[in-house]
Write a protein of this length. Structure first.
Length: 271
């Protein structure tokens, strides 16, 4: 059983919804990213999504695009992101870490080399935004050979046939994009999210995480009643941007923010 599957099983046994924060690796610098990862776990994060900087992040809104630009300006490459996970693993062997990004940096490194290096560093899976299951055979094979999960996105417009297709290819969990558009866009329609999550769970057996549009504790608690995981990205990255001039403050500030989300989620009635 993968570390991701084991974590979701443990959460399910405790009746708890996973909290999954997203941050861009190397924003504002590598040392802060690793310290922040530990602070997020201490604040109640159950898994971590670590964004791999890429020059053309087509699925990301302005907040995460700017974070990517800052990381790239620092010279952060895929190998550096893997090294950050290795550093994190020196004192945390339990918290699953998923790399989220785009195919080009992986292609440049090579599928087999990426999978081997990621697994050796303690990465648990990857979410590659621009690789549909029909075109990901080589990547899937490389990841599976190293025991890594491949997480896929589902959209509000995904058909039942598409949901089943992605469910057959995915492992670990699936990520339901709760609003149309890029990260940080739109407002949540909770009734619509409930309907779609219910449909997804009726068609595939994997845990369902919900992200995009979750900006505060109240929204996180509402989504926690519906999904297996609450995924928060732009709301965190925006605060990191505000604190870029004082990076030493970032772990504590983001930790406090996540602790508030965790408390609200734990108080949510899932009945």
């Amino acid at each position: 059983m993968s570390r991701i599957a084991a974590r979701f099983e443990s959460l399910r046994e405790r009746g708890r919804t996973a909290l999954i924060p997203f941050v861009t690796a190397g924003d504002p610098d590598s040392a802060t990213t690793v310290a922040l990862m530990h602070a997020m776990v201490a604040a109640g994060a159950d898994l971590i999504e670590l964004g791999v900087p890429f020059s053309d992040p087509i699925a990301d809104g302005p907040v995460i695009q700017r974070a990517t630009d800052r990381a790239l300006a620092n010279g952060i490459a895929l190998s550096d992101v893997i090294a950050m996970v290795r550093d994190f693993r020196a004192t945390d062997a339990q918290t699953p870490v998923v790399l989220m990004g785009y195919l080009n940096p992986i292609e440049v490194m090579g599928y087999a080399q990426f999978a081997a290096q990621a697994a050796a560093a303690g990465v648990d899976g990857a979410l590659v935004v621009d690789v549909p299951p029909e075109e990901g055979h080589d990547l899937v094979g490389a990841l599976r050979a190293q025991g890594l999960d491949l997480v896929y996105l589902l959209a509000p417009t995904s058909t039942e046939q598409r949901i089943r297709r992605i469910g057959a290819a995915a492992s670990g969990f699936v990520y339901y994009v709760s609003v149309k558009g890029v990260t940080g866009a739109g407002h949540l329609d909770l009734a619509g999210v409930a309907d779609r999550v219910g449909l997804i769970k009726s068609l595939i057996p994997l845990p369902v995480g919900v992200g995009f549009g979750i900006k505060d504790a109240a929204t996180a608690a509402a989504v926690a009643r519906l999904a297996d995981a609450v995924i928060v990205g732009s709301a965190i990255v925006s605060q990191i941007e505000d604190l870029a001039a004082t990076p030493q403050r970032i772990p504590a500030v983001i930790g406090d923010f996540l602790a508030g989300l965790r408390a609200a989620m734990d108080g949510a009635d899932r009945g």
